[in-house]
Design a protein. Sequence first.
Length: 319
Amino acid sequence: STKINREVRYVIPSCPVLEVDRKRVQMFRLLGEGAFGSVHSGQLLVGNKPKDVAVKMLKRNYSEEELVALFKEMEIMKLMSRNPHPNIIKLVGISTRNGPFLLLVELAHHGNLRDFLKYRCLSDRVALQYHNLHPGTKQMQYLPCVSGQLLLQFATDVASALDFMASIKIVHRDVAARNILVANGDNNDGSLVAKVADFGLTRNVQDKDYYRVINEGKLPVKWLAPECLRSRVFSTESDVWAYGILLFEIYSFGELPYPGVSPGDILGHLESGKVNSRPKFAGEPMYQLMRQCWSWDPKLRPGFREILNRLEEMRTAGN
Ligand code: ADE
C-alpha cells in the first residue's frame, strides 16, 4: 500500500460535538496492536472529571487507506450513537487537530472475549490457570470461573447488538470473539456485559442488502460464510454465519475454529459438507443453533430475532 509522504498533511473533517482537546487525553497501557495501529487505555478529562477511554490511533507511517478506514469506523460509530445500544461500544470523542487522529471509545475493562475465555474455565472445573494476558507478566493466577449462564448472557448480548445493527442495515463483517469486548455492567454490581466493537470492516449497506468487497486485502477466512469466500458478498446473513462461529468460540472457551484446517482449505472443507464439530461445553440445543447459522443457503439461516428467541428458550430451560 502507498505510504504517505511526510510532507503531506491530511485535514480530517472534524465534528464539533465530538472534538476534544488532546491536552485532555492521557494514555496509559497498550491494549492491542494490529496492522492498522494501536489501542491504549487512557483517560479523558471531562470538565475536571476523568473518564476511562480506549484510544485508537494509526501507526506512524500509516497509509491513506488506513486513515480512510479509521475515518469510516468513526462514521459508523457516529451513526450508531444516534440510538445508543447497551451492547455496542460507544464513541466518546475524536481528536483531529494539532496531532495524530485519535478515536476515543468506551473502555471495556476486561478486554476481548476470546482472551477473557481462553484463560478461564467453567465453574465446575479447576480455577488455576496459567495465563499471559498482560505481555511480560507470565504468572499463575486465580481467575474467576465462568458459569454457563454467563456464556449464554454473552451470546445474548452479542445477538442483541447484531439484531439492532441489522435493523439499521449495518453489516459488521468481522463478528468474532476477538472483536467482542467484556465490560463491567452499569450498576457496579460485579456483573459483566459483552459489547460489539471494532467496526474497521463494518459497512452501511443501506438499501442494497449486501456488500461486495472489491480488492480488499486480509479477510477473517475462518469466520466467513461460503458466499463471502466465493464471491465476497457480505450481508446480515453472513454476519449470522460468523455469529455461529462466535458461538463455537464461546462454547470452546476461545478455541480456534476448524482446528487443524488451514485457512486456504476452508472453502473446500465447507464444500465437502463439513462444519465445526460440537464444542465441548455446548449442549445439543446450542449446537443445533450453530448448525443453523451455518446453513449453506443464506435464506435458511435464522435471523437475529429468532436467535434471541432460541437463546431465551435455552435460558429458561436451564441449559
Ligand atoms: N481493545 C480494543 N478496544 C478496546 C476497548 N474499547 N476497551 C478495551 N480494550 C480494547
